[in-house]
Design a protein around this ligand. Structure first.
Ligand code: ADP
Ligand code: MG
Length: 402
């Protein structure tokens, strides 16, 4: 993959940068600006190199037409604060406002285009429709920099198609993210443990197959744990359960046994009568969750067990909170894992946190980014990489080179 340095002198050139600025919003207030801060160094470097920087990004999931609540306007303001320089905001993506903003940009100026997903071509499954939108995007610029790690696994106009139209390179963020993933897959220092949790159970089960080949130990918590408990014929009450995945999970448990990979499951669970903070949370043994209760966190004994199992690891990848951490009674399991990783980082281990909610969780719990080896901006992209899948946004750059 070509890097920015290999694009040559960028002074006066129009550089289209695909960033991932998909931050959580409460109205127009940004509740976690992690992705903006992670994107800033590449934008800054291009600006300092004298490029006319045209940043494009998406926010949320609008359905191909403009919607006020998905406007990137608040992001433009925050990006400007983080960069310490003006960010001109275009009120459309490839229309009159975008063209005028690009036209008016001088060397070193930064322009942010409106939400890419206000245009149906961005995420279209139709190659022609996507290509047509990519043509319009490409016409705004001379070169393309792919820096939106969180979308690099998507075959979308601003990720994949535009890279086939312009001389392209990866940005510093994608370079860093991929470098960390290479360390995890190629020769992780052992013991190598993976902690999996969160709510997107079936999305995340696929990666286990591959992890059983690379990791030494797999710790399972969060919403996905109940499918594992069910696979052992335990009662899970009203907990999150993917009944159609129970057989698959049984297969994983057998494979893990054959390969000598240790699977660590919680021994106790914080179970409540509803998905709510004041639903009488009680600690129950993991094997006997009452029929009218749902598990919303791993219990205190499990938190201790997980910390013990992580203690001597040299490499840890963590994706997905251990519980519904947004609610105080169910945050302790996630806090315990975060604390264990912080201690490991201090001892020189490589600790990687992936996933939007996992990153938000560690910040909400009061940890700072530099207490971990790396906080990834792309949970889905990291998982697909670890699963051994080809990421369209990366392969297209390799193709261009070859
Ligand atoms: P990430 O964004 O880090 O990949 P996910 O999106 O998969 O993580 O999952 C995060 C969500 O999982 C959080 O909002 C959290 O409340 C939820 N969650 C964790 N444990 C449970 C559980 N036991 N039951 C229901 N939801 C859970
Ligand atoms: Mg999430």
């Amino acid at each position: 993959m070509k890097t920015i340095a290999e694009l040559g002198d960028l002074r006066g050139r129009r550089v289209l940068v695909r960033s991932d600025l998909n931050v959580p919003l409460d109205g127009t207030t940004i509740t976690d600006d992690g992705r903006i801060r992670a994107s800033a160094p590449t934008i800054m470097a291009l600006s300092e190199a004298g490029a006319r920087v045209i940043v494009c990004a998406h926010l949320g999931r609008p359905k191909g037409t403009p919607e006020e609540r998905y406007s990137l306007a608040p992001v433009a303001r925050r990006l400007s604060e983080v960069l310490g320089r003006e960010v001109r905001f275009a009120e459309d993506t490839v229309g009159a406002s975008a063209k005028a903003a690009v036209e008016a940009a001088g060397d070193g100026d930064v322009v942010l285009l409106e939400n890419l997903r206000f245009n149906p071509g961005e995420t279209s499954k139709d190659d022609t429709e996507r290509g047509a939108f990519a043509d319009q995007l490409a016409s705004l610029a001379d070169v393309f920099v792919s820096d939106g790690f969180g979308v690099v696994h998507r075959k979308q106009a601003s990720v994949y198609d535009v890279a086939r139209l312009l001389p392209s390179a990866v940005g510093g963020l994608v370079e860093t993210e991929v470098g960390v993933l290479e360390r995890l897959t190629e020769s992780p220092e052992r013991p190598y443990a993976v902690v999996l949790g969160g709510a997107k159970v079936s999305d995340k089960l696929g990666v286990i197959d591959n992890l059983l080949r690379t990791a030494d130990r797999l710790l399972i918590g969060g919403g996905m744990v109940f499918t594992f408990l069910k696979a052992q014929d335990y009662e899970v009450g009203t907990s999150l359960l993917e009944a159609d995945q129970v057989e698959t999970v049984k297969g994983y448990l057998e494979q893990a046994h054959e390969r000598g990979v240790e699977i660590v499951l919680p021994v106790d669970i914080v179970a409540a009568t509803a998905f709510s903070a004041d639903a009488d949370p009680q600690v129950v043994p993991a094997g006997v969750i009452p029929a009218d209760r749902m598990g919303l966190d791993i219990g205190p004994e499990s938190a201790f067990l997980f910390a013990e199992k992580l203690k001597h690891c040299k490499t840890v990848f963590w994706n997905g909170p251990m519980g519904a951490f947004e609610m105080e009674p169910y945050a302790a399991g996630t806090a315990a894992v975060a604390e264990a990783l912080v201690e490991l980082t201090e001892k020189g281990a490589l600790t990687v946190v992936g996933g939007g909610d996992s990153a938000a969780a560690v910040r909400q719990l009061g940890f700072s980014d530099d207490q971990f080896g790396h906080i990834s901006t792309g949970g889905g992209a990291s998982l697909e990489y670890l699963e051994g899948k080809q990421l369209p946004g990366l392969t297209v750059l390799d193709e261009q080179e070859g």
